[in-house]
Design a protein around this ligand. Structure first.
Ligand code: NAI
Ligand code: MG
Length: 357
């Protein structure tokens, strides 16, 4: 089957890191008979400058049509004064909404060569491989009623509502259990069932979904306790499934277990056969844009996730991940992950080295 990908490099370092991902795709096409049509368009500030909005209708239509989107990053000080709904970030939010990307996958993997870069003791993170599955389109960030109102006594009140329906819980739980089946077979579901009705429903419904996965072990952990355990003993986890708000926090905690932002990939997935967006966790890094020193690894690892989860080419995904591991073990570092005694290299030399490996 002919595969398709839409590349949206975006702003800041986006184009620089995307070039390196493109070279990996070209290498796979040549050496691993990967048949893939690559489209390219603009998103974020780049699209705003060209079309007056952060995602053109054509780019959105293409995003819906292709198997997967690979995005660099959006935003930067240049667009600070732009109207809220035309800001670079709005391009990304439109993509997430229009493709109904309800499942955000954030792996936290500790590359052996970078064990020392973690904020934790090496023995706590050596061999770490966690997957956080965050619900992305529901919960308190979107629930109604919401808003700021003025009360009769002159006080103001800000309101957000945490809402989850059974179908929203079921579909994210299925993503987590399916993933666990391809990993260590363990799911930890995290909420605050002790103080929140939506959390109680979450727990009850996850238990129901678990019945169709007899080979997966399910346990439950209150979200505050989960944050603590992530820092105390992170290797106890395989897959963590949680709501939008707790997932936002827990995935950022997990990210810092592994060292640098420049190393972290992510995926946002819709229903099976639906949309898929892969992107590094980091932003457009305007402070280093144009200098050729950005770390392309998060983007290259995002491509590896696309190969694993959308294109069903796990061997090629593994090849990429092993190459990254090998290059790091060989002592090459971009500036953001530089360590004493290692060789500092540019974006393109890091890309070259991964290809060679
Ligand atoms: P950032 O992630 O862009 O940068 C934070 C720090 O990490 C900076 O010092 C940067 O140089 C460094 N860094 C990030 N990625 C790197 C890489 N690949 N290689 C080497 N160093 C790297 O976050 P910041 O500075 O808060 O935001 C900058 C812009 O990016 C803002 O406009 C923000 O809105 C946007 N942003 C976009 C995101 C996206 O497109 N998904 C996510 C986060 C921020
Ligand atoms: Mg966050």
């Amino acid at each position: 089957k002919e595969l398709s990908l839409l590349m949206l490099p975006g702003d800041g370092i986006g184009p620089e890191i995307m070039i390196e991902a493109r070279r990996v795709i070209d290498w796979l096409a040549e050496n691993r008979s990967l048949k893939i049509t690559v489209h390219e368009d603009m998103v974020g500030g780049a699209a705003y400058d060209a079309y007056g909005k952060p995602l053109s209708d054509e780019a959105l239509a293409l995003a819906k049509q292709v198997d997967a989107v690979l995005l660099g990053a959006v935003g930067g000080p240049k667009w600070d004064g732009v109207d809220y709904d035309k800001r670079p970030e709005a391009g990304l939010l439109t993509l997430r909404k229009e493709l109904d990307l309800f499942a955000n996958l954030r792996p936290a993997v500790c590359f052996e060569a970078l064990v020392d870069a973690s904020s934790l003791k090496p023995e706590l993170v050596s061999g770490l491989d966690i997957m956080i599955v965050r619900e992305l389109t529901g919960g308190v960030y979107f629930g109604e009623p919401r808003g700021i109102e003025t009360l009769e006594n002159g006080e103001r009140r800000g309101i957000n509502t945490q809402v989850y329906t059974t179908s929203e819980i079921h579909r994210i739980a299925h993503v987590a259990f399916d993933l666990a089946g391809k990993r260590d077979g363990r799911v930890t579901s995290s909420e605050k069932a002790n103080v929140m009705e939506s959390g109680l429903l979450w727990r009850e419904e996850v238990i129901k979904v678990a019945e169709s996965y007899p080979d997966i072990t399910l346990d439950h952990m209150l979200a505050d306790s989960c944050a603590m355990q992530l820092v105390r003993a992170p290797k106890q986890f395989d897959v963590i499934v949680t709501d939008n708000l707790f997932g936002d926090l827990l995935s950022d905690v997990a990210a810092m277990l592994t060292g640098s932002l420049g190393m972290l990939p992510s995926a946002s997935l819709g229903a099976k056969g639906g949309g898929a967006l892969y992107e590094p966790v980091h932003g457009s890094a305007p402070d280093i844009a144009g200098q050729g020193i950005a770390n392309p690894i998060a983007t290259i690892l995002s491509l590896a996730m696309a190969l694993r989860y959308t294109y069903e080419r796990p061997e090629e995904a593994q090849l990429i991940e092993d190459a990254v591991q090998g290059v790091l073990a060989g002592g090459l570092r971009t500036a953001d992950i530089m360590q004493p005694g290692k060789a500092k290299v540019s974006t393109s030399v890091m890309g070259d080295s991964i290809l060679r490996q």
